[in-house]
Ligand binder design. Sequence first.
Ligand SMILES: [Zn+2]
Ligand SMILES: [Zn+2]
Length: 447
Amino acid sequence: MMLGIDELKTAAIAAIDQRRGWLIEIAESVLRNPEVGFQEAKTSRLVADAFSQIGIPYRDEIAITGIKAVLSGGRPGPAVAILGEMDALRVPDHRYSDPSTGVAHACGHNCQIGMILGVALGLSVPEVRDALDGQVIFMAVPAEEFIDIEERLRIRENGQIGLLSGKQEFIRLGEFDEVDIAMMVHTSATSEHSKFSLGGTSNGHLVKQVEFIGKSAHSGSAPHQGVNALQAAMVGMNALNTQRETFAESDTVRLHGIITDGGRSVNSVPSSVRYEGRVRGATSESIADAASKMDRCMKAGALALGANVKITTIPGYFPIKNDRWLGELFKESATRLVGRSSVSELGNSVGRGGSTDMGDLSQIMPVIHPYASGFTGLGHGRDYMVRDYDQALIYPAKALAMTVIDLLTAQAEKAKEVLVKSDRLMTKARYLALQESIFSEDLYESL
Ligand SMILES: [Zn+2]
Ligand SMILES: [Zn+2]
C-alpha cells in the first residue's frame, strides 16, 4: 500500500531518530579529524564507509576528495542534490584544532556531513525511496573555505583542479549536469528564537595573490642598497585602509588579507613578500570597483619603494540567490519541526557578509542555503562549538528529508513547479566562461 506524504515523512523522521547516535558520532569524528580543502582524505573515507553502510552506491575522488552517492526513487524524475561540505579552516586557537596543523572545524561543516547522511538514512527507507519520482544525489564536497591559495594554485598547475573551490570544481567537472535543484543547511550560532534562518544573500568575492618584489641587501651594513618588499607591502596595505570611506554601505564591501610570507631572514632586506587578499561585495560591480582599488593600492606600495608587484587575480564566489519557492517548501518543513516562532527569514537582498560557493551554484540552478542554529560562539572563531546536536544536525536532516519528499512525490509536481517558476541567472557555459575570464596576472614595475 502506498503511504501518504505525511506518513512518508513520519517514516523518514523515525529512521533518522533511530540512528541519531551514529549521526552524531560521525559529526564528532569529523570534528576530531579536521582537514583543509582538497585534503579531506580521512573525512572522505568516513563518508564513503557511511554510504556503504547505508547501502547507497557512490563514486569517490571527485575533485580529489569529493563523493557523490545516488539514491534512485521508484520512478524517473527530477534530481535533487543534498550537499555537505567536508573542509575545515585554519584557526589554531580553536579548542578542537589539530595541534600540528592548526586546522579546526570552526565553521561547523562536520555537522553538514552528519546531515547528509541523516537525509540518506531517512530517504532510504524502502517505502519512502519507492515513493520518490526522481533521484536524490548526495554530495560531500571539498574546499568551501577559500584559503591556502598558493597551494591550490600549485595543484591547479598540476592539472588536479581547474577552479579553486569544491562546488566550482564539481560544476566544471560536470558533476551537477544532471542535477535540477540543490539544497544544504549551514550551522549558525543565532539565538534560541531563530532555530532556522532562511533567505538573505552572501557577498561575492575575488581573490588577489600579490607578490612584492624588491632587492636583497645586508640589513645592517647596506640597507640603502636594497629595496624592501615588506615596506612596499605595508604602504600598500595602509593605502588599502584609506579606501574604506569610498564604498557605499549597501555594497557591504570588505577588503582584507594576510601576509603569507613576510621575508625570510631578519638580517637581509626582504626581497619577496606575499599577500593573500580578498575583495568582497554585494554585486559584481562593487567587487570590480573594490578590486581595482586593491590593485591601485598595491601598485602604490611598489611605486613608493621602487619595487615591483605581481598581482594574480583569481575568481572567487558569486553572491547567493536563495530560491523563493524552494525556500517556502523548506520553511514549511522547518516550521513543522520547531514551530513558526523559531523560523526566521531575511529578505533575499539582505547581505550576511560572508561568501559561499553555493552562490556559484545558485547562478545556474535553484538552490537554498538556510542556517540552523545549535552552535555557540563566533563562526570562524576559537569558540565556535556545537551546543545542541538536535538543532545543529538532526532537525536540519529531517527538514531536508521532508523537503525532498515534498519535491519528489506525486509525480514530482512540486519539483517541476520550482523548475518552472525559478529563473536561471546564467548557463553553466556562461558561468565557466566568466570565471575563466577572471584569472589574470598583472606585473607593475618600478624596480
Ligand atoms: Zn566558513
Ligand atoms: Zn561554512
